[in-house]
Design a protein around this ligand. Sequence first.
Ligand SMILES: Nc1ncnc2c1ncn2[C@@H]1O[C@H](COP(=O)(O)OP(=O)(O)O)[C@@H](O)[C@H]1O
Ligand SMILES: [Mg+2]
Length: 445
Amino acid sequence: MTATQETARIRPRDRDTLVQALRTGVVPRTGQQHIQVGRAAEVKALVADIARIDDGGSTARFVIGEFGSGKTFFLHLVRSIALQQKLVTVHADLSPDRRLHATGGQARSLYTELMRAMATRAKPDGGAMAAVVERFVTSALTEARERDEQPETVIRERLAELTELTGGYDFAEVVASYWRGHDTGDEQLRDDAVRWLRGEYSTRTDARKALGVRTIVDDSNFYDQLKLLARFIRLAGYGGLLVCLDEMVNLYKLANTQARNANYEQLLRIVNDSLQGTGGGIGFVFGGTPDFLQDTRRGLFSYPALQSRLAENTFATGGLVDLTGPVVRLANLTPEDMYVLLGKLRHVFASGDPAAYLVPDDGLESYMRHCAERIGDAYFRTPRNTIKGFLDLLAVLEQNPGSDWKQLVGTVELAPEVDTELAPLPGADATAADDDDDGLASFRL
Ligand SMILES: Nc1ncnc2c1ncn2[C@@H]1O[C@H](COP(=O)(O)OP(=O)(O)O)[C@@H](O)[C@H]1O
Ligand SMILES: [Mg+2]
């Protein structure tokens, strides 16, 4: 293996968030480009999706890989790229309490979670709804000034486009209320409107009292609301909406066939819209395991209409890929990837200054040998603990000048990771599986 040549400078803020996230076993939300390895074709495919969304099209991708293959990392990476391209993003993990379709509030709950995470380039950490609505209003005001029109007229014109869509009338009314609040300095009215858009009204009565509308975001209009939101976001001047949904395996875990199928039917609507290119400025990226996709008893392939749409090109086997379909397979990282990744981590840790590297290339290799001895293949197949251990090693070397990496490498303790996506057993009542939660990861230096 050859030495890695890193040249990029790293901003202190990026360095600290990356190191901190990875040391606590969390997939970083920003700065992924500094440590990303492989996946060139996959990233290219999603970059093309982002361009399609920006053009007013609609897309859907299923990112499928084993535990530890990097699904969550990939979703965050795509999200960062989308933000750079001036899209608005929302993201959430599915769970027993958060689904695409439900009758007990779980779809609304997924919606509110998505809205909490709503991000723009200026607000990458979430909570961007109010800023997006404000931008809609200010861009309408600018247009009104230019055309010498009443602001109200321009806003009504823009909102007319929404009323063509299902549920669009009330959505437009709520935005108009926001405008009135803006115009008259009624902060309460503005807040109420934002609350409605974030799906935070739980009763129609309350919504009616505050905003004069009869409907709220609820389980029955989850997808319609997302489509409206995408259209609205474009009216506000952004490129479109990217929706990232991780932990899709939670649908596969639903024990009730009817509930599961209702969720798959919702997915079918999304996939159909993307294949027809209708829907307008919205894209979905779903992260899930091979079981979630392929299992013919409970996975997506148990639902014939989805199976036929998601079936992969039968010629794309044995290392050949076809990224024109909705399914993107992520292979596990390889030892070569791991070597490159460790080199990048060393570079990030040294804030981009090769003179400050704490271990030489030999050190990367001997750390990998040490990991292979301790946990076997798992060190690169489920790399979270390998990454964590390496950064902990660097931290000790940094804080103890004069310490010798050769002596320390062999003392890094590592435990294999447990596949949290498979627990609990299918058939049992599903409970939350959060793979940011390291059950077994015990590590000390
Ligand atoms: N392409 C990649 N480049 C660099 N690091 C990666 C890459 N893919 C995954 N990782 C790292 O590997 C670990 C496992 O990835 P994760 O996204 O949590 O896997 P999954 O969601 O498929 O279980 C994380 O620490 C992540 O930061
Ligand atoms: Mg994950």
